[in-house]
Design a protein around this ligand. Structure first.
Ligand SMILES: Nc1ncnc2c1ncn2[C@@H]1O[C@H](COP(=O)(O)OP(=O)(O)OP(=O)(O)O)[C@@H](O)[C@H]1O
Ligand SMILES: [Mg+2]
Length: 594
């Protein structure tokens, strides 16, 4: 996207990219600002006539012209300033919003690994506060433009009146510039430290509010308040430090400019006595210097504000510089109509920050409609393996192929529509049950929603709720029980009607009745689909077409329950440890399910 390379700072350059879209409004703002500045500089010219012609020569006509001029300049200044402010606010707010939407869009398309690496609270602080600061830079830049024009016009006037006098007063300029430069770096550095701390505080707050349940159950509320108080004290110190540095600039600047006026008064007074300068000239000159004070002060203050805001903008740009998920690799291949085979070929995988392979030498063929149960000890790589199917992560080496085609060649946007996922923990969005059910497919009809909820054994409990399908559920479905939430998740997947299903069976034990309802729902869900299930329930394992036993990221055994038991290997061992020879198994075995 980057077109502009004017500033050294990437953030300012990218702001210019956005502004370019509003070039006509910008030009309007610039013209209006110029008008405002010139109108405010006009008294520097008029004052000469006021003194020389009105006060000294007592010219009445000139008096009217000068007064009229001042009045006119004020009217022009007020009106153009009003419109300049409105239009620059419009552009700035527009850009702020555009940046936020773009950052949000970018965030939506970042891989899951980004969210594992970064704290949610910090990301939110960047999206809200920092991207606002980037828009604010725009507003400040406009203001600086206005002030610069005023300073330039007044400087011109100074040179017009008396060249030597003007040069003399310019001697302080290098000192002012030196000082501004010196503080610029300091302000920017402390601004970055402050914004990072703001991000940390936000992350802490987000975590401690989402984890309120754990905090309460460990009775750690007071401890959390203490911690918050410490981190916010840190934020206070960093913010105060940054403000303190910024505050130093103004007084130093003022001392310098006062020095400038003293020089002018001394040399100017001497010249009047010598008769080289009229009183009007000196008043005009001093008016110019006086009028310049405020814009100059503001210019320097605004520069400090920009320096303070730039680190925020950098934090936004850092998000934008993160690589998004790749839609497809190489040449795009049309998505399949039917999934016939899924094949894992010499696949290995490691997370960016892990040293050794988490998955190694994975070779597995799956046929249409099969149920694949993944079993293995905790940490053996089951979740990692299923996460590769929807391309949440990319295989380090080797491939996953569907109907013989590398899944990386499908467009991600279409591909994921064919995969349904029922995670271990159901996440419900705030809204009605109906809106949660149709989350994957907004165009679904109410009849389909009802049908799916019936299949998922959820219809009954939903209809018993006060508002039925229109019942609001909290951000995390606070109203519903674990088993109910699972059935909602199953109904949601049924509505999506994917060809490939990934189930991470919940480990939390449900009561027998809920267990039966959930199990029936799952059975419906698996019908006519190719299903990968991380199995914790005995019945799922026993009924699976293929059981894949993982150990330390490698496939140890593949086969159905009976075959694997006969092998007398890892599976048998695991099975006995996990399920034991309890009554349930005896019943299942007696009923001849296996
Ligand atoms: N985002 C990650 N970054 C780095 N390492 C990870 C990440 N997620 C998991 N791991 C590591 O990968 C290994 C496999 O984890 P995985 O979650 O796949 O195990 P699992 O078989 O699903 O275990 P469980 O039955 O407990 O859910 C573990 O050693 C884990 O520490
Ligand atoms: Mg897991």
């Amino acid at each position: 996207m980057k077109k502009f390379k004017i500033f050294k700072s990437e953030s300012l350059n990218s702001f210019l990219d956005y502004s370019f879209k509003y070039k006509w409004s910008m030009i309007g703002v610039i013209l209006l600002s110029t008008l405002t500045s010139l109108a405010s500089a006009l008294p520097a010219w008029l004052s000469k006539y006021l003194v020389d012609d009105v006060f000294i020569k007592k010219d009445q006509k000139m008096m009217m012209i000068v007064i009229g001029g001042i009045f006119f300049a004020t009217v022009v200044k007020v009106i153009s300033n009003y419109y300049a402010t409105i239009s620059s606010s419009y552009v700035t707010e527009k850009i702020k919003r555009e940046i936020r939407v773009d950052v949000f869009k970018h965030l939506q398309n970042l891989p899951l690994s980004y969210y594992k690496k970064n704290k949610l609270g910090d990301i939110m602080a960047r999206l809200n506060g920092d991207s606002g600061a980037l828009g604010q830079i725009g507003f400040t830049l406009f203001d600086m433009l206005k002030e610069s024009i005023a300073v330039l016009a007044l400087t011109f006037r100074m040179f017009q009146v008396d060249f030597v006098l003007a040069l003399l007063s310019m001697t302080v300029v290098p000192f002012i510039l030196m000082m501004v430069r010196k503080y610029t770096k300091k302000i920017r550095k402390s601004g970055r430290i402050r914004q990072d701390t703001v991000g940390e505080v936000s992350a802490f707050m987000q975590e401690s509010l989402s984890g309120i349940h754990v905090i309460k159950s460990f009775n750690k509320n007071e401890r959390m308040v203490e911690k918050y108080s410490t981190v916010s004290q840190d934020e206070f110190e960093k913010s105060f430090r940054s403000r303190k540095i910024k505050a130093k600039v103004s007084p130093i600047n003022e001392i310098m400019t006062t020095l400038m006026i003293v020089l002018v008064a001394l040399y100017g007074g001497y010249n009047i006595i010598q008769g080289k300068l009229t009183a009007g000239d000196l008043v005009s000159f001093i008016t110019a210097v006086g009028l310049m004070q405020q814009p100059l002060k503001r210019l320097i203050d605004k520069n400090s504000s920009i320096q303070e805001a730039l680190p925020s903008a950098d934090r936004v740009i850092e998000i934008m510089d993160e690589d998004q998920e790749k839609d497809f690799h190489g040449e795009k291949v049309e998505i399949f109509k039917n999934v016939d085979t899924i094949e894992f070929k010499d696949l290995s995988f490691k997370y960016n920050d892990s040293e050794k392979n988490i998955l190694e030498d994975i070779n597995l063929s799956v046929n249409k409609g099969e149920v694949i149960a993944l079993v293995g000890r905790s940490g053996s790589g089951k979740t990692t393996l299923v996460n590769l199917i929807p391309r949440f992560y990319e295989a380090t080496t080797g491939k996953i192929k569907i109907n013989g085609i590398d899944i990386n060649k499908f467009s991600l946007k279409e591909y994921r529509n064919h995969i349904g996922i029922v995670p271990q923990e159901t996440f419900l969005f705030s809204g009605t049950i109906a809106s949660n059910l149709s989350f994957g497919r907004e165009e679904v009809t109410p009849e389909e929603v009802i049908e799916a909820s019936k299949m998922a054994n959820a219809y009954e409990f939903i209809s018993e709720l006060p508002k039925g399908f229109e019942t609001e559920v909290g951000e995390r479905g606070i109203l519903l029980s674990g088993g109910q939430k699972q059935r909602i998740a199953i109904a949601r997947a049924l509505i999506q009607n994917p060809q490939i299903m990934i189930l991470d069976e919940a480990t939390s034990a449900l009561d027998t009745e809920s267990e039966r309802l959930v199990q029936q729902a799952l059975d419906k869900l698996m019908e006519n689909r190719t299903t990968f299930v991380i199995a914790h329930r005995l019945s799922t394992v026993i009924n699976a077409d293929k059981i894949v036993v993982l150990e330390d990221g490698k496939i140890k055994e593949v086969g159905n329950h009976k075959e694997l038991l006969e092998k007398n290997g890892v599976y048998k061992n695991l099975y006995e440890i996990q399920f034991g020879k309890n009554e349930e198994i005896l019943i299942i075995e007696e009923e001849g399910i296996i």
